[in-house]
Design a protein around this ligand. Structure first.
Ligand code: AHR
Length: 503
């Protein structure tokens, strides 16, 4: 039997949990928008055509922010196509995903949906094929009170009050050669800086995100961030990070350690941003927006030949997630949380149907994929301050990321509610791991809840027919005695352990 230890002490505080860590992403891609969030005629659809079942699951997922409308899609998008009378909106060829965009859903519909879903909108602007003036136009349309042409147009289109969007992404993955309007760091850095400067002249109360690298294996990783931030440092609040993980050549040990890469990527971007800040003699700290992350079986997607039929909302990137995928998603959330001092915004990509925790069938049900559960439970229970937990764990060797601990964990402490939450992953594929957590520094004396997601069949998935095949189940081994929490974590498992004070 493997064993590991950790210590919870409110003095080991990293930072408050940022609610924006629990963001998600809705792109005009595949069936994320059409038959995902929007399906007029669906039995649960409301008067605006939004699926009520998806709205309910979005709220249950505990999503805080939703990034929109892309993604690669945004780099060829004309936002004005998506406003005004729906019957007058143009159909456009989308070069990013080779589909036809009907523009039935646009900015005003999305803003309405965010209010129903009780989430904060985060808009991306097109800096691929467009520039400063179009950024100012969409900002005026979205955020300015009546009194100028585009703000008045919004009012005429039925949204009297400004949408009040605070967070704006200055383009998407502009370092990627696949991006429509791909740019060098120098080209993008200047454009992003001037766009940000102009946007702030129109609306002072913005939080702006400069594009970082599309992933840590990009040849320009780190030098891209350094060059872009040198241009934009005073104008932006965040730099973005994107990362997707999948097993390569059946190497599950490395896949389970995916967040070792996420940790390194975050730490590399922090030192790069701080290096630029030091060179500029700046006191300002740039925060990190990890605004695309997930498990994505991207290698399967690249096998699909290009289509010539330009379909509307085809089935694209509809990954079906299993138990191991859910454990990896749980551990990626652990990484984001333990970097809460700098990662204060994140978005799992995406929300529905497209590499998503929520799946739907047109005219049929919506259900929770396996990865829904660690996200929902982490969002619900990670409250208060994130704590460093000083773990001591056996380690194992991975082909991709070297030596990694078998245990991955983080904890939060909510002083007001006097509640602690431990999130823990056992990455071992054969053996259970006994975890002993010293909680003597906290006034807790009872295990309120212990849930574990694991299964003898790690390829088990949830489907429309069997939506609850994989769910977190009570872990009856969890015990808290004499200031020590002891729990057995099954092989390849993710757990949430909630501690409190007996009444
Ligand atoms: O989320 C899917 C795609 O992944 C996004 O459109 C793009 O930004 C990233 O490459």
């Amino acid at each position: 039997m493997l064993s590991a230890t950790a210590t919870l002490d409110p003095a080991f505080r990293v930072a408050p949990v940022s609610r924006r860590t629990f963001g998600s992403f809705v792109e005009h891609l595949g069936r994320c928008v059409y038959t995902g969030i929007h399906e007029p005629g669906h039995p649960t659809a409301d008067a605006d055509g939004f699926r009520g079942d998806v709205l309910a699951l979005t709220r249950e997922l505990g999503v805080s922010t939703v990034r929109y409308p892309g993604g690669n899609f945004v780099s060829g998008y004309r936002w004005e196509d998506g406003v005004g009378p729906i019957e007058q909106r143009p159909r456009r060829r989308d070069l990013a995903w080779h589909t036809t965009e009907p523009n039935t859903v646009g900015l005003d519909e999305f803003a309405r949906w965010t209010r129903k879903a009780q989430v904060e909108p985060m808009l991306a602007i097109n800096l691929g094929t467009r520039g400063v003036v179009e950024a100012l136009d969409v900002l005026e349309y979205a955020n300015l009170p009546a009194g100028s042409a585009l703000a008045d147009q919004r009012v005429e289109n039925g949204s009297k009050e400004p949408h009040g969007v605070r967070m704006w992404c200055l383009g998407n993955e502009m370092d990627g050669p696949w991006q429509v309007g791909h740019k060098t760091a120098a080209e993008y850095g200047r454009l992003a800086a001037e766009t940000a400067r102009a946007m702030r002249m129109l609306d002072r109360d913005l939080e702006l995100v400069a594009c970082g690298s599309s992933h840590s294996r990009m040849p320009t990783f780190a030098s891209w961030e350094a060059e872009v931030l040198t241009e934009t440092y005073d104008q932006v609040d965040f730099v973005s990070l994107h990362a997707y993980y999948e097993p390569v050549d059946g190497d599950v040990g490395s896949f389970l350690a995916s967040n070792a890469d996420m940790d390194r990527m975050i730490e590399a971007v922090i030192v790069t941003a701080d290096h630029v800040g030091a060179k500029l003699r700046s006191n300002k700290k740039i925060m990190l927006s990890f605004d695309e992350w997930n498990v994505w079986y991207a290698s399967r997607f690249h096998d699909i030949p290009p289509r010539e039929d330009w379909p509307v909302a085809p089935r694209q990137l509809e990954d079906q997630y299993d138990v191991t995928d859910a454990v990896v998603v749980g551990s990626l959330l652990i990484s984001l949380l333990r970097h809460s001092d700098r990662v204060t915004s994140a978005a799992q990509a995406q929300l529905v149907n497209v590499i998503a925790p929520i799946m739907t069938e047109p005219g049929g049900p919506a259900w929770r994929q396996t990865i829904f559960h660690p996200f929902a439970l982490t969002s619900r229970h990670a409250r208060g301050d994130v704590l460093r937990i000083e773990p001591d764990s056996p380690r194992y060797e991975t082909a991709r990321y070297g030596d990694v601990p078998v245990l991955d964990a983080v904890a939060t402490w909510d002083e007001e509610a006097r509640a602690a939450t431990v999130l823990a992953v056992n990455r071992d594929q054969e053996q259970p791991l006994t975890l002993e957590v010293d909680v003597r520094a906290l006034p807790v004396d009872v295990v309120r809840e212990a849930l574990t997601l694991a299964d003898d069949d790690r390829s088990a998935r949830n489907t429309a027919e069997e939506p609850d095949r994989v769910v977190p189940r009570p872990n009856t081994t969890a015990q808290l005695t004499d200031g020590r929490l002891r729990v057995e974590l099954p092989p390849v498992s993710w757990s949430v352990l909630r501690l409190g004070v007996a009444a």
